[in-house]
Design a protein around this ligand. Structure first.
Ligand code: DAT
Ligand code: MG
Length: 150
């Protein structure tokens, strides 16, 4: 079972798309582990996007992510990293596959609606960065056996 941090970024929150993102993740069969509606501090934004420091879009990216609240979540499932990245679509919305969230709801890379962890290791570390251990809920669903093969 893999875990991914998922953010509905400020544009998604402002545009009323939190429910749409959650709905798609639920319908796919992924299991919610944690959620928190929150303002993002500059410190958290800089740690989260540390890998992009120095790139031309970095300052704009930090300004964007702290500009309004986000919906932060952790979702899990088999191959959750690939499955969720596929649902988000390519970073640049005009390159995102039809049917993906970024294709269906976004136009610009600087307003691309969501974040999802890009590797199993980053899923673990990003979940730990955004959530306390006790905020991550281990649970089973009655439907798990109909979604997860084992
Ligand atoms: P992703 O969010 O698909 O994982 P990323 O980790 O490469 O993409 O970049 C993080 C965010 O930074 C991305 O969602 C939007 C912004 N970004 C990335 N590349 C950009 C670019 N070339 N111009 C402007 N913003 C960019
Ligand atoms: Mg990324």
């Amino acid at each position: 079972m893999e875990r991914s941090l998922v953010l509905v970024k400020p544009d998604g929150v402002q545009r009323g798309l939190v429910g749409e993102v959650i709905s798609r993740l639920e319908h796919r069969g992924l299991r919610l582990v944690a959620s928190k509606f929150m303002s993002v501090s500059p410190d958290l934004a800089e740690t989260h996007y540390a890998i992009h420091k120095g790139k031309p879009f970095y300052d704009g990216l930090i300004a964007y992510i702290i500009s309004a609240p986000v919906m932060a979540m952790v979702w899990e499932g088999p191959d959750a990293i690939v499955a969720i990245r596929q649902m988000m679509g390519a970073t640049k919305p005009t390159e995102a596959a039809p049917g993906s969230l970024r294709h269906d709801y976004a136009l610009e890379v600087g307003r691309n609606l969501t974040h999802a962890s890009d590797s199993v290791e980053n899923g673990v570390s990003e979940a730990a960065l955004w959530f306390k251990k006790e905020e991550l809920v281990d649970w089973t669903r009655a439907v798990d056996k109909w979604v997860f093969e084992s």
